[in-house]
Design a protein around this ligand. Structure first.
Ligand code: ACO
Length: 381
């Protein structure tokens, strides 16, 4: 530790530690791009599979490359029976992120290539991880609810297969596409805490499973994943549309935070929340607007009118909970779903940093004593 310098970047805010070609964010203007392509275009024209491959390889794939990657994902969906049994035997009532952390770590024990850190090995492991995260999370969800674990199907898309493994029913094309878009929107988001954690672990030349297990631990905390769960709690508390205005107005008058609005980076609409709102509205209009959705619309209007001028707008978590809930996903699983999408960004970021690796080792200003001496234990007060 150093004793010089007072410019501490608390929370590493504004600290640049590497270069990346994956994701660009302009919070003031509400812009998010992957490989220079706006998130709106990824959501409209692409799929989670394609964005995952583009992030891993740093470029848009050809049709042939995408077909091969998609086939690899489908072929790698199944998880070993030994892990299925571990998931069945996990204590009931645990946090699903605890279960995911243990399952992914265990998955590493069963992968003979786990300890290899060449670029080729990291890429091959990333494909298996992206494919198997989905199976592991669905299996945890069902096992925790005392239901039979459902094996993956190779004839469904990545998003469609997850919903199938979760519910046992094949989703409609609209449901599968809506979930796919939610995965696209969450696949990467620059140097957030979990991505940084994955990179920090990778910078020690540790293996991919350790990187992902570290990242899951970082995402588990309520300051990172978990805000969309809080939005659902708020909606449950409000209950019905007629109570929304009074509830939000009272909170704002009392200077309390409204969940799902505001963002450290975005001081305008979070572009992901716009995309999600539009698709959620499409499905809601087709299948009838859920009460949750109507309450959110009412809250958004009040927020924009009252505190939009402070740069506080709905963030991605504002609508994602309702979308997930309408798809049959319970709120305890919102953070694992975040991981299900972000695994692509984690793997891609670890691989990108590894190309020009330097051990991450920041410093702190030492503010402790310098003139102390060891005191024998019996002489201490
Ligand atoms: N509800 C009401 N007012 C808010 C909110 C909110 N959610 N967020 C900020 N404000 C107000 C503040 O009270 C402050 O008002 P003031 O100037 O009158 O004192 C002003 O807006 C600026 O707020 P800051 O706290 O400086 O904004 P900051 O960038 O630090 O906060 C944060 C960002 C932590 C995300 C905050 O907006 C928040 O707690 N939001 C709710 C939780 C949430 O949705 N988190 C998910 C973020 S997205 C993600 O992680 C994927």
């Amino acid at each position: 530790m150093t004793d010089t310098g007072t410019n501490i970047a608390k929370g590493l805010e504004g600290v640049l530690f590497t270069e990346s070609k994956l994701t660009f964010i302009n919070g003031a203007e509400g812009i998010l791009m992957h490989l220079g392509i706006p998130i709106q275009e990824w959501a409209e024209k692409s799929t989670f599979e394609e964005l995952s491959l583009a992030l891993l390889d740093g470029e848009l794939p050809t049709a042939e490359e995408l077909a091969r990657f998609d086939a690899d994902l489908r072929a790698n969906r199944a998880i070993p029976d030994q892990l299925v049994q571990i998931i069945r035997d996990m204590p009931k009532g645990i946090h699903p992120m605890q279960a995911l952390r243990t399952a992914v770590s265990y998955l590493g024990l069963l992968d003979p290539q786990a300890e290899e850190i060449t670029p080729e090995a990291r890429r091959a492991i990333s494909i298996r991880l992206i494919a198997q995260f989905s199976t592991v999370i669905a299996a945890i969800n069902r096992a925790q609810e005392g239901q039979e674990i459902i094996a993956p199907r190779a004839d469904l898309t990545h998003a469609g297969n997850y919903l199938y493994m979760l519910t046992g029913k094949e989703p409609t094309p609209e449901q599968a596409r809506l979930f796919d878009i939610a995965l696209v929107l969450h696949a990467d988001h620059g140097m957030n805490a979990s991505t940084f954690t994955a990179i920090a672990t990778g910078s020690t030349l540790s293996d991919m499973y350790s990187c992902m297990t570290s990242a899951i631990g970082a995402l588990k905390g309520p300051l990172h994943g978990g805000a969309n769960e809080a939005v659902m709690d708020m909606l449950d508390e409000i209950g019905t549309l007629d109570k929304a205005e009074a509830y939000i107005t009272k909170k704002l008058d009392n200077k309390e935070k409204i969940m799902g609005v505001g963002h450290r980076v975005y001081k305008n609409f979070d572009p992901r929340s716009r995309v999600l709102r539009d698709y959620a509205e499409h499905v809601a209009t087709k299948e009838g607007k859920s009460d949750y959705y109507q309450i959110l619309e009412a809250i958004e209007k009040i927020i924009v009118d009252r505190i939009g001028s402070k740069g506080i707008y709905p963030n991605v978590d504002f609508y994602s909970g309702t979308v997930y809930s309408d798809l049959g996903i319970k709120k305890e699983y919102f953070t694992p779903i975040f991981a299900l999408a972000r695994i692509s960004g984690w793997c891609a970021s670890v691989m990108e940093y590894a190309r020009d690796n330097r051990l991450l080792r920041p410093d702190a200003v030492y503010t402790g004593a310098k003139d102390a001496h060891y005191v024998e234990i019996q002489d201490r007060k």
